[in-house]
Design a protein around this ligand. Sequence first.
Ligand code: SF4
Ligand code: SF4
Length: 349
Amino acid sequence: MNAFDNMAFHLTAERFGEFFEALRQTFRLYAPTRFEKRGRFSDTDSIRYADIQTPDALEWREKSHFSPKEAVFPANQSLFQFVNDAWIEPATDDRPLLVFLRACDINGMDRLDTIFLENGGVRDPYYDRLRGNVHFALLECQQSFDTCFCVSMGTNATDNYEMALRIHEDGAADVLIRSDDLRQRIPAGAAASAFAPTFPTRDGSPVNVPPLDALTDAIRDDDFFDHPLWDDYSQRCIACGRCNFSCPTCSCFTTLDAAYDENPQFGERRRVWAGCHVDKFTDMAGGHQFRKQNGARMRFKTMHKIYDYQRRFGKQMCVGCGRCDDRCPEYISFSTCINTVSRTLKEGR
Ligand code: SF4
Ligand code: SF4
């Protein structure tokens, strides 16, 4: 604890701009921002994370289409370059990164931390290096969006942030500060505020997550493994992987060695996102392939998100952000899938 713990301020739009400018002297500001006409349909926008310079670039009214996980787990990352027997790691931007994100995504970062830093007792050095620079600025959600189910997943609230923000329509903001360093950047003369962030208490799309012991019983039963409920997804899912790539907690990747035609002794190793819905994800030597049917992939993802991870680490992997529901071009809803599994188990399969 220090003298500045939990100090809140009301910043007018002008002072909020000054605060951003002061933050930019030290931090890269990484926040959801709007890319006009870059959405999946013509005339629609894309909202995703990028470096921003001013408060008006921060899109706080709508949910971002993609998560902030690229801050610590880039979609395509050069791990090292090699020439003959020598290798070199590319330089990284080591400036501190202040990430503006919602409570579900802070919990999503915790799920990634568990996988990359704790799983099997090994810390992933590439993740660790990026993660060490990250600081969290909580964006308050006063209520859930339509497809959110963070309350059902227990991930609607968090205490893991250095600063919290409530932004107002006129560009002003209430800011709760929890570190000396950030407090120094509040403009002189800023008014005190009684602000403390609230968290949503009702889901837009509530889910019933089946109890762990019911799922344990189910996976011992071939009837559940081959249940017709999964066939529906074989019909509808097109294996595009958008659900995986928009998810804040999907952490699968593949490793590629790219050598140059002119000199095959010269090249680089890359880490590239992969996803359990996508073709070739389970390909093995000899041409063997697990989970050829897209319904089997949906079953795998579902059980991983609401069962395997929880059994291993004692917390749900899915944080209920609802992005997979928002992004699926086939309108496949993961929250509906969880409820269908729940109902199926209750009805005795
Ligand atoms: S599975 Fe869907 S709802 Fe759950 S964290 Fe991933 S994107 Fe969000
Ligand atoms: S986004 Fe939808 S269609 Fe694409 S892989 Fe995921 S469930 Fe299948």
